[in-house]
Every structure is written in structure tokens, then in C-alpha cells.
Write a protein of this length. Structure first.
Length: 626
């Protein structure tokens, strides 16, 4: 298909099949075309690395495998997608709305405000990086045209992306609306006009003492320092406000649905802060590496580039050398402190949860009944909605305090110490960039790759709405693919089986069916619908959603399979839940290998042979996602 969605059919011309079709949708990550068949039943790896294995057993009924990892890789794992990753995070935060309309509106406004700020910040960073490079390639004063091109470089690049999405017809790239896009373009225009007046050449009075992010004796403005402080202060204020409201929601919650309103709002507040920190830190590292490269070029040219004849100082401070010791190059340290605080908060909450539940887990007798014990992450995720708002509040508050103290310390920090810190950070930055490019050592590279793929697959489910620069979404393409798969056998029942993220896709598809009777029976396994999506997106995955999906499934029967050893799978509201936790003597499967689960295989067969539908009725029930 043009959308890169793959269909694989197991039907052979003279092979007898039972009535109905099974459609399987895999989960996150890269998947081979036949991965949804499950692992081989027998596998022997010889010392020569030759593998002898038996193929997975195919069902007697028709089987379609819907492979969407290639389509998602084309949409959400491109270089541009990763460069715009902070804005994709903002877009996801915009969907973490509580069920109350007033709070939902407040969150959307907050996300759009932060999006405006970060869009201008991205353009400013691009301008600063271009200025840094320009110093290494010219020794003449800027002409009028060069000055104009430099001041417009960042805003023009970012604005071109927004305009392209505005005039394009791809809904997977922009659903933010023309007014939102125009507001972002206006902010970019204001930045370009400001750059034209060379704010880095502006002067202010000094009494010889160190000022904010400036050395003693400096009398020129450092525009990027002001932009960094102002943008971070606004985002911290917004995050603290949202988190405080989330704590109030958690304390006022009366049921499991109300608890999730607080956890979603708190998660959104944390993502706003993460997106801001990632954008500034990544841009700072790129600028620092560029600065080191420019320094090498200048050394080769033996000082041919003079300070007075270089770039016109639009956003880059004039003292751009080791003696000047730019403070904006130390943002990696700020980001490291934030990661440490966040990690300590999560580990602390997880430790409390494990300690509090250790006695309860022993009392359940899972081990005595001959079952594998509960996964620690399964327990932690189950506890997350109850404590997440408090964890985020402590993280944001401690981060605000730590960053304020660090910024104050920079006032009196010796320029030599700052220069040494810049050298260390530039070395670390080169290592990080090299690691991301070559992905060696291989095991660590694969682990990082898996994390990014998981985030991309989850974030790619949500179409850009409040953020014009957010990454593309695969959801509409996959909905159309499921339509096409369902229409291939118009007179037979269908079992729609989704694993992990695939279960979210399948449930969303079933939830959009608009008839009361269906021939499509939903089967989900290893599903994060309750543990993740209901926790962080309650306005979209609330009680009404689960009721609607169960009602729309054939015979109002929705079958869900989960394990205590699976970190993210749980029972799902309004579904017929099947606990398929492994026996202690069996191989631990955790989140994988649901495709061969005997109970699920039998119930799929039963559903396909027991349901009979009228062709005309089915044609009226299949939704069209065109």
C-alpha cells in the first residue's frame, strides 16, 4: 500500500479454512513482517550460529497481519521528527486533559503558550548557531544583505515548516488550525524584527560587579541569557500551577476515574518542563560543539577573524571566547540536575510502593499457587495514578529551587572555572552525539533505540492539534488500513486482535463503529489501555470510551488477556478479562508471546465460528476514515 501498511494473508488456494478472518495488529517498535505469528515452537542454536526452528502454527481460519512499523518509521522516526521532538511532547501534553471542560481548556491554553515560547526559542537558537558558524568563515564586516539573512535565518527556517504544514493537506501533520499557526508565525516575525536591531549590541550601565550571567565590566546585553531565563521561568510557573491543581484533584477524587484526572494533569505539567529542558539543552550542546569547531577554524586561520569585524551580534554575546565564558553553554549541567531530581523522585515513590505492597503481594499467594510473581513495574504502574501528582509537584518545586540556586552561583563563578566546565560539557556532548550516530556499544545503542521507538510510537498516536511543529501521526493511516482489512471478507465474522500499542489502535477503531451490532469481536492482549492511556488521557479513555468499545464489539463481548508478569497489561473495565499469568514451571513471557496463548486462540476460534452477520448490515457498520 502507498501508506506503507503491510497486509500478509495466510490463505492458500486449496486450503480448508473455518469461517471468519482474524486480523492481528502488533505493538510498538520495529517488527518483521511475520512477527505477529509468534516465536517458533522449537528453536536450537548451534555453535556455528546456524538456527534450526519450527515455524509457528497457523490457525485454520484466514489470518491477516497488519504491519504498521514501516509506516510509522516513515512518519515518526525521521531526522526532522527527532529535531522537533520537544514540540511532539507538547502535543502529547495537550491531550492529557482532565474530563472537566474548564480544566481541559486551561491545559490547552497552557500548552499553546509554551508552544509559542519554545517556537521562538528554537528560532533564536538557530540564529545563534548560524552566528557562531559565521564567525569562523568571515573576517569582513557584515553587509546589509548578510545582516538581513542572519537575523532572519532562524525565524525563516521555523516559519517555513509551519507554512508548509498550513498549506498542505496532510491531516497527520497539522490539525492545529490556521489561527494557532498564524499566532506562531507572528511570534517568529517579532523575533526577526528584534534581531534586525542587533540586541546583542545594546548596552546597559554597570558598576563593575558581576551581573546576571555576565562578567564584571561587561556592558552589553546577553539576549539569549534573558530568553533562557524568561522562557524557563514562565514554564516553571505554568508547571507549578498545573501540578498544584493536580494535587487538589487527587485529594478531591472519589473514584478511580477522578484519580486519573489528577495524574493526567500532573503528567502534562511535567512534560511541559521536560520539553523546555530538552530543547534548550540540545540546542546549547549543538551551539557549543559548533563553537569548538569555529575555534579550530580560527586557530588555523591564525586569528584572521577579528572581533570587531565579525558578525553583527544579533543574539550571540560579544564576548564569545573562553575568557568571556558564555553561561548559556552550561545548560547541560542544569539538565543533569533536573534528571537527577526526577530520577530520585521516581525511585523514591517506587521504593515506597514496593515496600508498602511487599506484604500484600506475599499475601495473595501467587507463588504458592504455582504462578510467577508479580512484576515490580506492574505494581508500580498500578500505584502511579494515586501518587503521580505528588511526585511531580516535588520534582517541579525542587527543580525550580535548584535551577535558581545554580543561576545565582553563576554570577560569582570564576570565568576560568566556567571555561573548564564548557570544555568538559563540549567533550561530553561530542560523546553523546557520536553515540547517537554510531550506536556503539551495540547493546546500549539498541536499548536507547528501543526507548526512542517506544516514545515515537506512543506520541505518534496523537495528531498535531495545539502545536504546529509537532511530529506526524500514524493513527488516521492505520484506521484506513483496518477499514481495508475488514472489507476483504464482507460476509464473515472478524476477530480483531491487538497487542500492546496495537490494542490501543484496535480499541480506538472499534470505538468509532456507529452501529449497535457488529461482526467484529475485539481481542486485546498485553494492553496499556488502563495502566497508561486511562491514567494519562482520561478525557479520551474514560468510562464512556470503555463502555462504547465493549458495546460495539460483536455480541458486546470484549476479551482482554493480561499477566501479572507483564509490566503494563492489566484488567480492562467492561471487558471479559483473562488472567494468563505463567505457571512457575513455564517460561516467563512477560509482555510478549500472547499470540500463542491457548485460551486466546480457542476463544478467537469460538468467536469466528459462532457469529453470523448480514453483509448489508456490516457494510453499514464499518467506519470510513477518508
Amino acid at each position: 500500500m502507498d501508506s506503507q501498511i503491510q497486509f500478509i494473508d495466510n490463505v492458500e488456494p486449496d486450503r480448508p479454512t473455518s469461517p471468519g478472518t482474524e486480523i492481528r495488529v502488533h505493538g510498538v517498535g520495529d517488527h518483521a513482517p511475520f512477527s505477529a505469528l509468534g516465536r517458533p515452537g522449537f528453536e536450537s542454536r548451534r555453535t556455528s550460529q546456524v538456527v534450526i526452528s519450527e515455524p509457528p502454527q497457523l490457525p485454520l481460519h484466514r489470518l491477516l497481519l497488519v504491519g504498521w512499523s514501516r509506516a510509522n518509521r516513515r512518519l515518526t522516526r525521521t531526522v526532522s521528527w527527532y529535531l522537533l521532538f520537544p514540540f511532539t511532547l507538547l502535543n502529547v501534553a495537550g491531550y492529557m486533559t482532565p474530563r472537566r471542560s474548564g480544566l481541559a481548556r486551561m491545559l490547552r491554553v497552557s500548552v499553546r503558550l509554551v508552544s509559542l515560547i519554545l517556537t521562538a526559542a528554537l528560532a533564536a537558537w538557530i540564529t545563534v548557531i548560524v552566528e557562531t558558524a559565521w564567525r569562523g568563515v568571515t573576517s569582513t564586516a557584515d553587509s546589509g544583505l548578510a545582516s538581513l539573512l542572519l537575523c532572519a535565518s532562524g525565524p525563516a527556517v521555523v516559519g517555513a515548516v509551519i507554512v508548509k504544514r498550513m498549506v498542505g493537506r496532510d491531516a497527520g501533520l497539522n490539525q492545529s488550525g490556521r489561527l494557532c499557526s498564524i499566532a506562531h508565525l507572528t511570534a517568529l516575525g517579532l523575533l526577526a524584527v528584534t534581531c534586525f536591531f542587533h540586541p546583542a549590541d545594546w548596552h546597559y550601565a554597570t558598576d563593575g560587579r558581576p551581573q546576571w550571567w555576565r562578567d564584571a565590566g561587561d556592558s552589553t546585553v546577553d539576549p539569549m541569557a534573558y530568553l533562557l531565563m524568561a522562557s524557563t521561568a514562565v514554564v516553571l510557573t505554568v508547571s507549578l500551577t498545573l501540578t498544584a491543581i493536580a494535587v487538589g484533584l487527587r485529594r478531591a477524587a472519589r473514584d478511580k476515574w477522578g484519580v486519573r484526572d489528577g495524574s493526567a494533569l500532573a503528567a502534562a505539567a511535567l512534560i511541559l518542563l521536560v520539553a523546555t529542558a530538552v530543547l534548550h539543552t540540545a540546542a546549547s550542546l549543538i551551539r557549543l560543539v559548533m563553537s569548538e569547531a569555529v575555534g579550530v577554524v580560527q586557530d588555523i586561520r591564525r586569528g584572521a577573524v577579528g572581533q570587531a569585524d565579525s558578525v553583527g551580534h544579533m543574539l550571540l554575546p560579544q564576548s564569545e571566547d573562553l575568557a568571556g565564558a558564555l553561561r548559556m553553554d552550561l545548560l547541560f549541567g542544569f539538565f543533569g540536575v533536573f534528571v537527577l531530581i526526577l530520577g530520585a523522585s521516581v525511585v523514591g515513590a517506587a521504593g515506597i510502593n514496593v515496600a508498602a505492597r511487599s506484604h500484600t503481594n506475599s499475601a495473595t499467594g501467587r507463588q504458592d499457587r504455582g504462578k510467577h510473581p508479580t512484576s515490580s513495574w506492574h505494581s508500580i504502574l498500578g500505584y502511579a495514578p494515586a501518587c503521580l501528582s505528588f511526585v511531580v509537584l516535588s520534582t517541579v518545586a525542587l527543580t525550580a529551587i535548584a535551577w535558581t540556586v545554580m543561576a545565582l552561583q553563576l554570577d560569582g563563578m570564576d570565568p576560568g572555572a566556567v571555561s573548564l566546565s564548557r570544555r568538559v560539557i563540549s567533550f561530553v556532548g561530542l560523546i553523546v552525539i557520536a553515540f547517537l550516530v554510531v550506536r556503539r556499544p551495540e547493546r546500549a545503542g539498541e536499548w536507547i533505540k528501543g526507548i526512542f521507538q517506544m516514545v515515537a510510537d506512543i506520541a505518534g498516536f496523537w495528531p498535531p492539534r495545539n502545536v504546529p511543529l509537532a511530529g506526524a501521526s500514524y493513527r488516521d493511516i492505520l484506521m484506513e488500513a483496518l477499514d481495508s482489512a475488514a472489507e476483504q471478507d464482507e460476509e464473515k465474522p472478524i476477530a480483531l486482535v491487538g497487542h500492546s500499542q496495537g490494542s490501543v489502535v484496535c480499541a480506538w477503531y472499534i470505538g468509532e463503529l456507529d452501529e449497535t451490532r457488529r461482526r467484529i469481536t475485539l481481542f486485546t492482549c498485553g494492553s496499556p489501555l488502563w495502566s497508561l492511556y486511562a491514567t494519562f488521557f482520561p478525557a479520551y479513555f474514560g468510562r464512556e470510551f470503555f463502555e462504547r468499545v465493549a458495546s460495539n464489539s460483536a455480541g458486546s463481548s470484549w476479551y482482554n488477556y493480561w499477566r501479572l508478569t507483564d509490566p503494563i497489561a492489566t484488567p480492562v473495565p467492561f471487558a471479559e478479562n483473562r488472567d494468563v499469568t505463567e505457571d512457575i514451571s513455564a517460561t516467563l513471557r512477560g509482555h510478549g508471546e500472547y499470540w500463542r496463548e491457548p485460551q486466546m486462540r480457542q476463544e478467537i476460534t469460538d468467536a469466528l465460528t459462532a457469529v453470523s452477520f448480514d453483509k448489508a448490515q456490516f457494510q453499514a457498520s464499518v467506519p470510513k476514515h477518508v
